[in-house]
Design a binder for this molecule. Structure first.
Ligand code: SF4
Length: 468
């Protein structure tokens, strides 16, 4: 992948001469994020307007992480589609998917190729609606523009969520009688994280609309017989009814700097009250979510959550001597890096390098607003690849890395532990079950980090086992 963009300079950056080529990008393809978001909608089929190769790559990546089947349809661009346009293929593909899957929604994402040749997707959808098969169709088709040369997988994810709200949410609160749910837009987190957010909301006794929700569609039980579409996901009816939400919580500190998001669409078009917080990773960021849920539900914080928080703090007291002043490199998608940096700062670890392939231009501000104590103590780099992270890593001599499996080579080269979290986790089982959010997520991350450091100390020690 070729990039001519310089790395963004953010607070604390020392801008280096920028390279002309990206080597092993610290980001993934934009429609991959869109496909993941669409997979979190009940009965949805993700559909790529582009080549089979893109669909195969994205399927492979998602399956290797989630270990679940992942069907992604494609309009199957050939050489002639690249020259004459892919409208005919798109219409045939949509008709096939509607016939074979009978989906409740088709999420239609573009690829680099269809964007490069300037495909008129809304025009093709209009043509399809006028065709015999399209005229019968009542299944919503939600298009989203996801050229990979314009963003990261996380951009594709958020753009797909925004497209869902833009296309489906309709009417006024009065059009939807019944309990007003709190809508949570959690961002690109793990399946376990989605379950944890649902559990926390249940503790407050409030109805919840989680958008998207792939906690079952990409982490469900085994099937006795093959199912074309896995169960679970956010119902289309719940997205249509978003205008009745009593409030919408959108997670992601760098996301909050974007001009237009799913939440701003809900606010501007439907008058929904919106709140923007960071990914609830670590104590303070989780406290913010809990405080918000307590205020929106009008209920005090449940005793069970207070106990979890207390146990977390107790474990930090127990374990701080093993982690205090250790040095880490954190990398991955921007809001995950912000959340992890905030957690590390809370437990006394210095994230000496915070790196992302994302280019919001706000990573530095977001980290320093989540963890002001890091000012002047960490290097923050946006728009970087693993070649740059590795070169800085060799100079900085961290105690461990924290991020996706893509940091494995560097960890191996430096002989230090890699704490796997985020996406993708391809070289271990259970990537979809890694818990990052809530007090329980902070607890699991703290235990993993501390035990990895203890294990390394033990391995390097002549004595090995002793009371530690
Ligand atoms: S959409 Fe672009 S980056 Fe993604 S697989 Fe296709 S060509 Fe590659």
């Amino acid at each position: 992948m070729i990039s001519s963009d310089p790395p963004f300079s953010t607070a604390g950056d020392e801008t280096e001469p920028y390279p002309n080529a990206t080597t092993n990008a610290c980001k993934l393809c934009t429609p991959l994020g869109a496909c993941l978001a669409f997979r979190g909608i009940e009965g949805a089929v993700p559909f790529l307007h582009g080549s089979q190769g893109c669909a195969t790559y994205i399927r492979r990546y998602l399956i290797s992480h989630f270990r679940e089947p992942m069907d992604i349809a494609a309009s199957n661009f050939s050489e002639s589609s690249a020259v004459f346009g892919g409208g005919a293929n798109l219409k045939t593909g949509l008709a096939n998917v509607l016939r074979q899957y009978q989906p409740k929604l088709i999420g239609l994402a573009t690829t680099c190729l269809s964007e490069t040749i300037g495909e008129d997707v809304p025009g093709h959808l209009n043509d399809f609606a006028g065709s015999p098969e399209g005229a019968q169709n009542e299944t919503p088709i939600v298009p989203v523009s996801t050229a990979s040369f314009r963003g990261t997988h996380v951009d594709g994810f958020h753009d797909a969520v925004k497209a869902l709200v833009q296309s489906l949410a309709k009417g006024t609160p009065e059009s939807f009688p019944g309990h007003a749910p709190i809508a949570v837009l959690p961002g690109m987190v793990s399946a376990a994280d989605l379950r944890e957010i649902k559990r926390i909301a249940r503790e407050f006794g409030v109805p919840l609309t989680l958008l998207p929700d792939y906690s079952e569609t990409l982490d469900g039980p085994s099937w006795a017989d093959y199912e074309k579409l896995p169960t679970g996901g956010t119902p289309v009816a719940a997205i249509r009814a978003l205008p009745r939400s009593r409030a919408m919580i959108e997670c992601g500190r760098t996301l909050a700097y974007r001009g237009s998001t799913a939440a701003t669409v809900a606010k501007d078009k439907h008058g929904v009250e919106i709140h923007r917080i960071g990914l609830p990773i670590g104590l303070r960021e989780t406290d913010a979510l809990i405080r918000l849920l307590s205020s929106l539900s009008g209920r005090p914080v449940p005793h069970s959550l207070k106990l979890e928080r207390g146990r977390l703090l107790d474990s930090w007291v127990d374990g701080h001597k093993y982690v205090f002043e250790k040095r880490a490199i954190v990398y991955g998608e921007e809001d995950l890096v912000v959340g992890l940096a905030s957690l590390l700062a809370e437990i006394g670890i210095i994230p000496i390098l915070c790196a992302s392939g994302g280019k919001s231009g706000r990573l530095g501000d977001a980290i320093l607003s989540a963890a002001p104590s890091l000012k002047g103590r960490c290097e923050i780099r946006s728009g970087v690849d693993f070649a740059e992270i590795s070169s800085r890593g060799a100079e900085l001599r961290p105690d461990f890395l924290i991020g996706s499996s893509k940091g494995y080579s560097l960890a191996r080269k430096l002989g230090i532990p890699l704490i796997r979290c985020g996406f993708p986790i391809h070289d271990r089982i259970g990537g979809q079950r890694v818990l990052h959010v809530g007090y329980a997520g902070a607890q699991q991350l703290f235990d993993s980090i501390t035990n990895a450091l203890l294990e390394r100390k033990q391995a390097d020690s002549a004595i090995g086992y002793s009371y530690l």
